[in-house]
Design a protein around this ligand. Structure first.
Ligand code: H79
Length: 672
């Protein structure tokens, strides 16, 4: 049931006016005051929202999410040059794109192939390093923008097997090594190909001419059929048409039904969203996503002249990135750029090894742990694994007190991770306050572990409690927005999108409510409004001024009010909605359309007053149905009082007053 409201804010005034005859008194909200000591206080009897972020509904995507952390490898002819041409460093662009940035001729570039013997490439060693680093999968460049295939292909002899002294297929070796060592295996494939017709474009957003399609299709088919099971296909750059994106993805799906495809297949066809190079979002994202990162942001391919100082700073940085990405629900793909001979740069191996050592010291805090619905904390990040919360302290609070707000669970113990000595802690309502150790054991990233009982349950900071009128008033500041990214066909037109808006209310009674919503939404789109178990779809036009309900609420729970697109064209379509305000009020104070009020409204009764009167009429109608005569009588009394009040304040015309009074009296007669 819906009704349109013509002005925002009307409902609120109605509720205030209706106060005197409110039938339902607000249940008092128990509040817990601060006490100290390492003991949990009697927690407020409110059930929060589930605190653990769930994996994707699609089981293949969920399996991919569980991989969490992988090794990216940029290795090709460019690695042989190491970012130098004619003995000079090429400082523009990434070193894997040196052919373009140094404008190297085709012949000059092919000369490199003559020296490419890759005598130090050892796929097993690469995989062992990945494992030592804690990584779960490996993705290597099968072909970068230079078009030189690092795999065995019949489509061109511009490839590593036919055109180098190495003469073997490194992708095959890597696939075998990954499978032998229990690592996932993925393939990077650039849709830009300077050898097959693409001109240089510094932004690498060239469209794909039809003439290039057969080659791409054939190469993809080879890659999807000759390298055993593939977990991830990592497309990159170019500007395919929507049809091309669909077609290329279709080839992956046909031969590797379990493989996930990254969003750089473009046109929103990917299974998960790959963010910008080295982009770590400062907020959690909804849905599956990944950050591709290079140890030095300036390059992915090997660069001889890269300054590699401050190893410990780099390790700290990358551990923080890994943890932040995990805590925000993402997947981290961290790159190494081996030399042309296939050897791994010591600095990079050391850094990865150290990340792995750190993970070994925190075996449950990151790998195998989940993201939470806690918002980002000023001091760091939160992950959860079974009954333990892990508090990753990146910015040490000055007073040594770490506050985690909104934890609904009972806490049993708090300690520094991998240290049996317990820490002091207190509860202040739903907040957990931990006294941090003076000398944390860990100088890379200290982690505190809080053990709790039951399923993780969170009271979001934005949660709105009912006011004294048993009404929830929600403003845009209470809205938790869900974001991801969408593109219009390439890297340059990728934008962050808002795909969900959620308010949280803490309920205190089981009385059904009406939701009165004021938003600005796209008239042509359909939206889904969910409140607990209630779910209805509306057009953007309807949503603008919506009264929805009745809605049943559970008692003493944090209930999300979720607005999303009902049928998005793809999972990250921008919802195009600006939230103004929302009110939830018990049905006993709400309204449904009543002919009589409509009539007088059309004849001069102000909207606000009409709305208030409708509230009572609606309640009367409902209680008539259930034959709750005492409630009917109370509402009639309220209706009469309201009419008298309006008359006194000259809020309604004499004529409207008289006519409504006649109607009210006839109801009085019936029920008294
Ligand atoms: O393979 C790596 C890059 O070579 C490839 N994607 C990653 C994984 C890539 N190709 N193009 N781009 C990424 C985006 C282009 C970024 C650019 Fe720039 C920004 C080109 C010019 C400005 C940064 C600054 C890179 C070169 C100069």
């Amino acid at each position: 049931m819906i009704a349109k409201r013509k002005e925002t804010g009307v409902f609120r005034k109605v509720i205030v006016l209706g106060l005197s005859i409110m039938l339902f008194l607000p249940a008092s909200i128990t509040n817990v005051s601060a006490k100290s000591g390492g003991e949990d206080q009697e927690a407020k009897e409110v059930q929060g929202i589930p605190g653990e972020v769930e994996l994707d509904d699609d089981p293949n995507i969920a399996e991919w999410q569980k991989l969490q952390y992988g090794m990216f490898i940029h290795w090709g002819l460019y690695s042989e040059l190491g970012g130098e041409w004619n003995g000079e460093p090429v400082t523009d662009g990434y070193s894997e794109q040196i052919k373009m940035w140094a404008d190297i001729s085709d012949e000059g570039y092919l000369d490199i192939a003559n020296n490419f013997s890759a005598e130090s490439f050892d796929a097993d060693e690469v995989c062992s390093l990945a494992k030592d680093a804690g990584m779960e999968y490996v993705v290597m460049t099968s072909k970068h923008h230079d078009g030189f295939a690092m795999f065995d292909t019949d489509t061109t002899d511009y490839n590593v097997v036919d055109n180098t002294p190495y003469g073997k297929d490194p992708m095959k070796e890597l696939s075998d090594a990954c499978h032998a060592q229990g690592l996932g295996f993925g393939v990077y494939f650039s849709l830009v190909d300077w050898n097959e017709g693409h001109e240089y474009d510094y932004n690498n957003i060239n469209p794909i001419p039809e003439s290039m399609e057969p080659m791409i299709e054939e190469q993809l088919t080879e890659l999807m059929t000759n390298y055993r099971e593939i977990d991830e296909v990592w497309f990159d750059m170019s500007s395919p048409t929507p049809e091309q994106s669909k077609k290329f993805k279709g080839i992956v799906n046909e031969y590797q039904p379990k493989a996930t495809v990254n969003s750089r297949i473009w046109n929103n066809e990917g299974d998960f969203r790959t963010l910008g190079d080295n982009e770590i979002p400062d907020i959690s994202l909804d849905g599956a996503w990944q950050t591709p990162a290079s140890i030095y942001h300036e390059t992915w391919g090997y660069r001889k002249w890269q300054e590699r100082d401050d190893k410990s700073g780099k390790i700290k940085d990358l551990v923080q990135s890994l943890v932040s990405i995990q805590a925000r629900g993402g997947n981290y793909l961290l790159n190494i750029g081996p030399r042309g001979d296939g050897s791994i740069v010591d600095f990079e191996a050391d850094v990865l090894q150290s990340i792995g050592d750190w993970l070994d010291q925190h075996p449950d805090a990151v790998l195998g742990a989940s993201a939470t619905e806690f918002s980002e904390q000023s001091w760091g990040e939160v992950t959860v694994n079974d009954n333990n919360l892990y508090l990753h302290v990146m910015d040490w609070p000055e007073d040594g007190k770490l506050k985690l707000p909104g934890l609904a669970n009972k806490v049993t113990t708090v300690s520094e991770d991998m240290n049996s000595k317990n820490l002091d802690w207190t509860r202040d309502g739903n907040d957990l306050i931990v006294s941090l150790p003076e000398n944390p054991k860990d100088d890379i990233l200290p982690v505190m572990k809080a053990e709790f009982e039951g399923e993780l349950s969170i009271i979001p900071e934005e949660t709105v409690s009912a006011d004294a009128n048993n009404t929830w008033s929600i403003t845009d500041e209470n809205i938790d927005e869900g974001y991801n990214y969408a593109d219009e066909g390439n890297y340059s037109n990728t934008k962050q999108t808002n795909i969900r808006q959620t308010a949280y209310i803490e309920t205190n009674s089981e009385e059904p409510v009406y939701l009165d919503l004021s938003v600005e939404a796209d008239e042509d789109k359909r939206y889904k409004v969910g409140v607990g178990d209630y779910s209805e779809e509306f057009t953007g036009e309807e949503l603008d001024n919506l009264v929805a309900g009745p809605i049943n609420l559970p008692k003493n729970e944090v209930v999300p009010i979720d607005i999303k697109l009902a049928d998005p064209s793809h999972k990250n379509e921008e919802m195009e909605m600006t939230f103004n305000s929302a009110y939830l009020a018990p049905i006993s104070s709400s309204s449904s359309i009543k002919e009589i009020v409509n009539y007088y409204e059309e004849n001069g009764l102000e909207n606000e007053e009409a709305h208030a009167i409708r509230m009572h009429l609606n309640a009367i109608e409902r209680f008539e149905e259930t034959e709750a005569s005492d409630k009917v009588v109370k509402h009639l009394k309220g209706l009469n009082e309201l009419l008298d009040h309006y008359k006194e304040q000259e809020l309604i015309s004499e004529k409207a007053y008289d006519a409504l009074k006649v109607s009210a009296e006839s109801l009085n007669d019936k029920w008294e």
